[in-house]
Design a protein. Structure first.
Length: 211
């Protein structure tokens, strides 16, 4: 090997050593940071999986409590779920409210539904069930506020119920009529809404004229 080649190799080695001296700490820090990110991500995934599993178990416990009429247990679990998983808390809360109604605890069911913070997909269901209970409790104005933007048949029917109970027969007729426009002719709900419309002093549209 020529002396010039040896000098070149020596020079290259010195350059590598110099680069490592200047950048070694940063290189090690970068590797350590990369490892920390990977380990942190793995820990987060495992922690989320653990939390999801715990929330699912608590949800099942809430359902069992509601089904077995252990409403205090179900209430405690729903409260716990509120801090763990919102969707599970909302679903369990709906089941708890149903069990409370069946047990004759209407006011407790109202409180349960009011405490929920449902997302957009569940909010119409929660509002409808709450509005029906508020109607039953004579709180018609509160029910109307909940249903102000609703346009599905069941919500329009509940809105008509609240308006009629509040002495606003004309507006109730409009709500029932609008509900009928969204119902299929063969729908079992249609006959009930027609009866309510007639009871409010309105005339149910003839089949085929409600579009």
């Amino acid at each position: 090997m020529a002396i010039d080649d040896l000098l070149d190799e020596h020079e290259q080695s010195e350059r590598v050593r110099s680069w490592l001296r200047n950048n070694g700490a940063g290189l090690i820090g970068g590797v350590a940071l990369g490892l920390a990110v990977i380990l942190g991500w793995q820990w987060w995934q495992k922690d989320q999986a653990r939390k999801n599993e715990q929330a699912h178990q608590d949800y099942q416990a809430a359902l069992e409590g509601a089904a077995g009429n252990d409403l205090k247990q179900a209430q405690a679990v729903v409260a716990k779920l509120s801090a763990e998983d919102e969707i599970y808390a909302d679903l369990a809360g709906l089941q708890l409210a149903k069990a409370q109604v069946q047990a004759g605890e209407r006011d407790a069911a109202i409180a349960t539904l009011r405490a929920l913070t449902p997302d957009a997909s569940l909010r119409p269901i929660v509002n409808l069930r709450l509005a029906r209970l508020l109607n039953d409790a004579g709180k018609h104005d509160e029910a109307l506020k909940l249903l102000a933007q609703a346009d599905d048949a069941s919500s329009l029917e509940a809105r008509g119920d609240a308006l009629l109970a509040a002495g606003k027969a004309k507006e109730a007729q409009e709500a029932y009529t609008k509900a009928l426009t969204t119902l299929d002719v063969a729908s079992p709900q249609r006959r009930l809404v027609e009866l309510k419309l007639a009871g409010a002093g309105g005339t149910p549209p003839k089949t085929g004229d409600n579009a």
